[in-house]
Design a protein around this ligand. Structure first.
Ligand SMILES: O=C(O)CCC(=O)C(=O)O
Length: 232
């Protein structure tokens, strides 16, 4: 894959709040991630938090993830969290929400936070899509406000599907939702989130012991993505 994004793609992401990159992951990574998520689900049933697992750390630092984060957020970007799981598509509905960490601030005053969503099995053929509302990152609402909408879908919503290796980048403040699907086929998802640098990130702060554990196992140039961004 190319190492970064076109300026037109970054401009679309910033204005609409999302960007779709179909078949972006190479098949080798897609297969490795599916196998690891399956093994993870057996070892830690119900767990979403993927760090400090070594395969997911290797993935975050790979050319499939870091160059995307740097293209969107700049050279000082930091990992915020990494969640993921495999679940049956008919059992995994999640109501409307956004995931912007920290205080509710006007868009112009916010440091950037983005979700990099990876779908190693794709989102098609009975697998629940990702549904979002474009441009809702410009609203200034607490993150639980969208929950009043449940899992309802309106005609203006963007319903995203794609092939194995699909990548979707979201401003973390975009309202998004996962409906239940009719089929029980496995649905694989990973959400690696990055912020543009140090800031008011209470949830990242809560994860600091795990991020530090990851950093201790890495050389300096990689460890910095898991550090506080202030000590270089
Ligand atoms: O499973 C998905 O497609 C979206 C998951 C989600 O809502 C999130 O990671 O914030």
């Amino acid at each position: 894959m190319s190492s970064s994004l076109k300026s037109s793609q970054v401009a679309f992401l910033k204005s609409e709040g999302y960007l779709v990159l179909d078949r972006r992951l190479p098949p080798e990574w897609a297969q490795r991630l599916r196998e690891r998520l399956l093994a993870f689900a057996v070892r830690w049933p119900g767990r979403k938090q993927l760090l400090p697992d070594e395969v997911f750390v290797e993935f975050i630092l790979s050319k499939e993830v870091l160059p995307l984060a740097r293209a969107v957020l700049g050279e000082k970007c930091l990992v915020h969290h990494a969640n993921g799981r495999v679940a049956a598509s008919n059992s995994c509905a999640k109501v409307w929400h956004h995931d912007r960490d920290g205080r509710v601030l006007p868009y112009a005053d916010r440091a950037a936070m983005y979700h990099f969503m990876f779908y190693p099995g794709g989102l098609d053929g009975g697998v629940a899509p990702l549904v979002l509302k474009a441009r809702t990152h410009l609203l200034e609402v607490p993150r639980n406000v969208p929950a009043v909408l449940g899992t309802s879908i309106s005609t203006d919503d963007v319903v995203l599907t794609g092939s194995p290796g699909l990548v979707i980048i979201l401003d973390s403040a975009v309202w998004h939702m996962r409906p239940a699907a009719s089929s029980a086929v496995p649905r694989f998802d990973l959400n690696v989130s990055f912020v543009e640098g140090p800031g008011d990130w209470p949830e990242r702060q809560a994860l600091a012991p795990v991020l530090s554990e990851v950093a201790r196992g890495l050389g300096r140039s990689s460890a910095r993505y898991f550090g506080d961004g202030r000590s270089e």
